[in-house]
Design a protein around this ligand. Structure first.
Ligand SMILES: NC(=O)c1ccc[n+]([C@@H]2O[C@H](COP(=O)([O-])OP(=O)(O)OC[C@H]3O[C@@H](n4cnc5c(N)ncnc54)[C@H](O)[C@@H]3O)[C@@H](O)[C@H]2O)c1
Length: 420
């Protein structure tokens, strides 16, 4: 029996932390969720989830069992395991570890012998031992690897993915020493189907970055080929579908309006920040970023070209963006290419609205907030620009729409359509 009141405390209850807290509680662990945002805590305590992958019902069931939420950091001293899942954004284009540092400080102030601390936030190799460990040791006067255990485990959650969930996606685990690794591995084995141990925290931190850099680079490659194929009058969508039939050696990626979310546009920057410290760029990352970042403007230029052909002026034209979330069936608009697309269209004096079943408002730049409209009549618009392939949109009969349609997702069967 553990001497602690809780088996697990989760710091940061967002897309990563909340599913972990709920899953652990449903595996009969006693769980405390801790977040500095009072309105997040108040909604969660009322069983209102802000994360699509966690239903209000699952939350309410977990609350009636072993889960509780608080903004009181004292709870961190009462839990055997503590997982950090706070944001790691870019500020002024540089890795911003201030949230990880603040979370480590809160743990350090409450740390007791026997506790096990695990960083899950995505970050550059070295963060666990160079940033988290010294903060914990200096504040608590306890020794990592002896008095308390420490490790890193990257979160691989794919929001909105119903097939690969928190539970059945293999989990990479690491520790700063053997004892830490053993305990951390045992903990995740109690809630996740498959656990994979790596030799050190820097390797585990790098695993996450290699995964997301791989995606970023391959998306950029297919985006560049899409632009070139359009110039060569080749249908890239048909090419990708055909290439995909090769049963080995090829994984298909689809062109799109750019990359968004908290991972693909950001994580490779963490990698290049680290390699820049040893004077080396990651050339692939920089080129991929340049190509992916150019996609929103490419979409706008194609839209403008299409309207030109039909002799419709972009200026004062009515454009409806279908979907503004960065990916299918979720509400997250962080770093969504839709933001740059809308901004560029507004700069060209187009009259832009959006419809997204998951999103109520879109902050385009710090001052302008575009409101979601309720679509009744598509024909009110000169052009419909499909940005996110939400499942709901499959119910729209696009072939009945008389407006121009530009599908940047290539996901809909439409007779008269322009695609990337
Ligand atoms: N969203 C994803 O799909 C995804 C997938 C894998 C990994 N990650 C990584 O996981 C980490 C968390 O991402 P997220 O999307 O869950 O973030 P999020 O913004 O959805 O949630 C983070 C939560 O942390 C809270 N928080 C911030 N500072 C805090 C502090 N000092 N103490 C307690 N709570 C604090 C915020 O209030 C917020 O509720 C990031 O490093 C991200 O890169 C995200």
């Amino acid at each position: 029996m553990s001497e602690f009141k809780y088996d697990l405390a989760v710091i940061g209850l967002g897309y990563v932390g909340l599913p972990l807290a709920v899953e652990a509680a449903s595996n009969t662990l006693k769980v405390a969720g801790y977040d500095t945002n009072d309105s997040v805590i108040s909604n969660l305590n009322n069983a209102v989830s802000h994360v699509e992958d966690v239903s209000d019902k699952a939350l309410s069931d977990a609350l009636s069992e072993e889960l509780s939420f608080t903004s009181d950091s004292n709870v961190l001293g009462d839990s055997e395991h503590i997982v950090i899942s706070v944001p790691t954004p870019l500020t002024d284009y540089q890795p911003d570890l201030s949230y990880v540092e603040a979370a480590s400080k809160s743990i350090g102030e409450n740390l007791k012998k026997g506790q096990i601390v695990i960083l899950e936030s995505t970050t550059y190799p070295g963060t666990t031992i160079e940033i988290v460990q010294p903060i914990l040791e200096n504040i608590s006067n306890l020794k990592a690897g002896e008095d308390f255990l420490l490790g890193y485990s990257p979160e691989r959650i794919d929001p909105g993915n119903k097939e690969w969930t928190f539970k059945n996606t293999p989990k990479i685990v690491s520790g700063i020493n053997k004892k830490s690794l053993e305990k951390i591995s045992k903990f995740y084995k109690s809630i996740i189907d498959e656990v994979i141990e790596v030799s050190g925290t820097r390797e585990a931190e790098m695993v996450k970055l290699i995964e997301n850099t791989y995606r970023q680079v391959n998306i950029a490659m297919v985006n560049e080929l899409a632009i070139l194929s359009n110039m060569l009058d080749i249908d890239i969508w048909e090419v990708v579908e055909a290439a995909k039939t090769k049963p080995f050696g090829f994984q298909s990626f689809r062109p799109g309006p750019g990359v968004g979310g908290h991972c693909i546009p950001i994580d490779p920057k963490y990698l290049s920040f680290k390699t820049r410290q040893i004077g080396q760029p990651v050339r692939f990352v920089e080129l991929a970023q340049e190509i992916n970042n150019s996609m929103p403007n490419y979409v706008v230029s194609r839209v403008s070209e299409l309207m030109n052909k039909k002799e419709i002026l972009l200026k004062n034209s009515k454009i409806l963006i279908l979907g503004v979330a960065y990916k299918k069936d979720i509400s997250d608009t962080r770093e969504s290419p839709a933001i740059d697309i809308v901004q560029a269209l507004i700069e060209k004096s187009a009259d832009v609205s959006f419809y997204d079943p998951f999103v109520e408002e879109l902050i385009v730049n710090k001052t302008s907030i575009l409101k979601e409209v309720n679509i009744k009549n598509f024909s009110n618009y000169d052009l419909i620009l499909i940005h996110t392939p939400h499942s709901d949109f499959q119910n729209i009969n696009f072939n009945e729409i008389t407006s121009l349609i530009f599908d940047s997702t290539g996901s809909f069967t439409i007779t008269n359509v322009e695609r990337i």
